[in-house]
Design a protein around this ligand. Structure first.
Ligand SMILES: NC(=O)c1ccc[n+]([C@@H]2O[C@H](COP(=O)([O-])OP(=O)(O)OC[C@H]3O[C@@H](n4cnc5c(N)ncnc54)[C@H](OP(=O)(O)O)[C@@H]3O)[C@@H](O)[C@H]2O)c1
Length: 321
């Protein structure tokens, strides 16, 4: 496998490619129309395209496709046989009252993936009947059992990050990452203290929806003939896809398009590179449903926007800060 830029997963000692691959869509028939808009073969090809590009860090969750995403990742892993780095997540559903449910869910994830250990195991969101300390203690138990290599959280505020970090420290386990929504159209981590907390605590910020569900590839511009597929309820529900919002985004799109042309890069590649240039702790995980998307997204690494270009894009996206 070719070697690409690596980033530290916080203080965990684990390094990963500077960009991962989000595989929420794999096997998800509800939102992502698996089996209709794309097939098992598309998933296999996307997987291979990622490895060919040196990207072997995959983010899944027990929730994605009700386990189908984990199953497909395990199948692809066995088909190709090259080493990969797996991140998955525990879903703290309201019917899960005790921290023991985390260990049961972890066993089920390991079985679906067909591996003995998950490299990064994350709590999917903080709203839970199980308190933060008990969840962190359960993560520590999973590490001690050898079923998990490093641990992380997702959708946690800066305040809760500090709490999780402190509790894990009692077990001598570093908090590796906080996975949050971060893109040029959703810059909340810069204003709500999460990016700052990641820097201060040496925790990686794994940026989800970094292409804002495809909007930041430029394929849904007001000028574009591409329309939002009716089947994609998630997009129809999102205010970002309204015409008024698309019009508001147009100056940002034009800025990224012009800068991309200088580097022979697409709008999506520029959007991902901006996140990579924003801070060394940021690791974007764009989703890809087929080989074309995986290969295009992989072209976001291995180069850098100049400081002037970075600032131009920064200014054009200030409305989303
Ligand atoms: N922790 C959490 O709560 C949470 C929440 C959301 C996501 N995530 C993670 O973050 C990952 C990525 O987020 P995301 O899937 O929401 O959004 P995203 O990465 O912003 O967008 C992914 C979607 O954009 C389109 N796309 C991707 N690359 C493209 C390209 N090169 N050209 C054109 N279209 C392209 C594809 O959809 P179409 O083909 O349908 O256009 C793809 O499924 C997820 O897979 C998941 O692992 C985590």
């Amino acid at each position: 496998m070719i070697q690409v830029d690596q980033r530290a997963l916080g203080a965990s000692g684990l390094t990963v490619p500077a960009m991962g691959i989000g595989i929420w869509s794999w096997g998800d028939t509800r939102y992502w129309q698996y089996g209709k808009n794309y097939t098992r073969e598309d998933v296999s090809r996307a997987y291979r395209a990622c490895l060919d590009a040196g990207l072997n860090f995959f983010d899944t969750a027990e929730l994605y496709g009700s386990g189908a995403s984990e199953r497909l990742l395990g199948e692809c892993y066995r088909e190709v046989g090259q080493p990969i780095i797996i991140a998955s997540k525990f879903a703290p559903f309201p019917n899960r009252f005790s921290a023991h449910s985390l260990l049961q869910a972890l066993d089920a994830s390991l079985e679906r993936l067909g591996v003995a250990q998950i490299d990064l195991y994350q709590i999917h969101w903080p709203y839970s009947l199980i308190n933060t300390n008990a969840l962190m203690d359960a993560l520590a138990e999973a590490v001690r059992a050898g079923k998990v290599r490093t641990v992380g959280i997702s959708n946690y505020s800066a305040k809760l990050m500090h709490k999780a970090h402190a509790r894990l420290a009692r077990h001598d386990i570093p908090l590796a990452s906080n996975q949050v929504h971060y893109s040029l159209l959703h810059r909340n981590p810069e204003s709500n203290g999460v990016l700052e907390a990641c820097r201060a605590l040496n925790v990686a910020l794994i940026a989800y929806s970094p292409l804002e569900q495809g909007l930041l590839t430029g394929k849904f511009r007001v000028s574009s003939s591409d329309i939002v597929p009716v089947s994609r309820m998630r997009r129809l529900q999102s205010p970002n896809f309204r015409r008024s919002q698309l019009l508001k985004m147009e100056p940002l799109m034009q800025t990224m398009e012009a800068i991309g042309q200088e580097h022979n890069k697409t709008i999506g590649q520029v959007a991902l590179n901006w996140l990579l240039c924003r801070d060394e702790v940021v690791i974007p995980i764009p989703g890809a449903r087929n080989e074309r998307q995986a290969s295009e997204n992989a072209g976001a690494i291995g180069w850098r926007l100049s400081p002037e270009e970075f600032n131009q894009i920064d200014s054009a996206s200030r409305a989303w800060l």
